[in-house]
Design a protein around this ligand. Structure first.
Ligand code: NAD
Ligand code: DAU
Length: 352
């Protein structure tokens, strides 16, 4: 039987499609609007795979969703589609409200209509999995315990507020209509195919092209990093074993300051692709104005998914970050194809 995913041409979604085709049986229908963040190059290795069906479209397009659900009869829908970049949400929040809130609402309406008409057995086995973020919990300070599923929501940016709203809608469709939903709240991902506006691919790309490596504020903010393929295996596990109505935090226990992450990237690049002048790439670090409302620290307590579903990450930060640098070095064409004029223009508007 097929599964239906949204946002599968983006960073995590495309990794998930490739991972699914490798690990699982059954067709993947992949609906993506192909915004600036969606890139079919990510799916090149699945080009001739008949188990992957790509459809360009919007999660808010109910007529299209109805047609696709009727045609493919998926056993599950996984929602990756979103506007995902915090900086963009600060400068222009409107599309975040449209896609992340209105879009998720329209998707839920379409899924519910499809689910209502399934036969009992298919209805019992159907799942809607909503992929969300740790940012809905707000910010931690120094010694606060890591986020747990029972923590209250305190989103701080327009991005995290829009994701929090979508999580609440998903919850409400379970509570009110009985839709069998699952929600995962994950920490910062890194790995292949991440659009180079996010810290890790941006720093690698800037280092190699001789540009400044911008650190917001003092660089002591903390993020909890997870290799994207571990996130994909967690989503598969939640889909197959998660209990409808439950939420699962996903993280890799890799808390790092931004400065540590950037210095680590510089050290690996110094070894793998030394600068012509033999200086460290750290010479390119510059401190720029801070992100407005910048959350100080995120950290995930992932004991629920470990204890109840038996999931744990396999990659350490050291192994994952080295693989990531190697991937970007080997895929410089992918990076240059994504960093077009529009992207350059966008970067110049940031907090310099
Ligand atoms: P991304 O920005 O790389 O990809 C988003 C994808 O969604 C793109 O392919 C885009 O074209 C598509 N899309 C956007 N609007 C759409 C719409 N209206 N209809 C259909 N498709 C649409 O994002 P990502 O980093 O891969 O994140 C995927 C999901 O995981 C998001 O929901 C995000 O909130 C969540 N998440 C991301 C991270 C992270 O570190 N990147 C961590 C936790 C959770
Ligand atoms: O925590 C999960 C979230 O992680 C996801 O929900 C988001 O979709 C994803 O974009 C990511 O959000 P962040 O804002 O944490 O990621 P970003 O890569 O933009 O920034 C990581 C940290 O690095 C953050 O503290 C801001 C800082 N930063 C970022 C950039 C782009 C810099 O210091 N300089 C930069 O140039």
């Amino acid at each position: 039987m097929s599964i239906f995913i949204t946002g599968g041409a983006g960073f995590i979604g495309s990794n998930f499609v490739l991972d699914w085709l490798e690990q699982c049986n059954g067709t993947v229908i992949n609906l993506d609007k192909l915004t600036y963040a969606g890139n079919l190059d990510n799916l090149m290795s699945a080009k001739n795979n008949k188990q992957h069906i790509f459809v360009k479209g919007d999660i808010a397009d109910s007529a299209l969703l109805c047609k696709l659900f009727t045609e493919y009869r998926p056993r599950a829908v996984i929602n990756f589609a979103a506007e995902s970049h915090v900086d963009r949400s600060i400068l222009d929040p409107k599309i975040f409200i449209q896609t992340n809130i209105v879009g998720t609402f329209q998707l839920l309406q379409s899924v519910q209509a499809y689910w209502n008409n399934l036969e009992k057995m298919a209805k019992d086995h159907f799942r809607f999995l909503h992929v969300s973020t740790d940012e809905v919990y707000g910010a931690l300070v120094a010694d606060d315990p890591a986020f747990q599923e029972t923590d209250s929501y305190k989103p701080n940016s327009p991005y995290s507020a829009s994701k929090a709203a979508s999580d609440h809608l998903v919850r409400a469709y379970h509570h009110t209509y009985g839709l069998p939903v699952l929600t995962s709240n994950c920490s910062n991902n890194y790995g292949p195919y991440q659009f180079p506006e996010k810290l890790i691919p941006l720093v690698i790309n800037h280092a190699l092209t001789g540009k400044p490596l911008p650190i917001y504020g003092n660089g002591l903010q903390i993020r909890d990093w997870l290799y994207v393929k571990d996130h994909c295996s967690a989503i598969r596990r939640v889909l197959e074993r998660g209990k409808p109505g439950e939420t699962y935090n996903v993280g890799g226990y890799n808390e790092k300051t931004n400065l540590e992450v950037v210095r680590t990237l510089c050290t690996i690049l110094d070894e793998l692709r030394p600068r012509a002048d033999e200086k460290s790439y750290q010479a390119q670090i510059v401190y720029v104005n801070d992100r407005p409302g910048h959350d100080r620290r995120y950290a995930i307590n992932a004991t629920k998914i470990k204890n109840e579903l038996g999931w744990e990450p396999t990659e350490t930060f050291d192994s994952g970050i080295r693989k990531t640098v190697e991937w970007y070095l080997a895929n410089s064409n992918w990076v240059s194809n994504t960093t077009n004029d529009h992207y350059q223009h966008w970067l110049e508007k940031q907090y310099s």
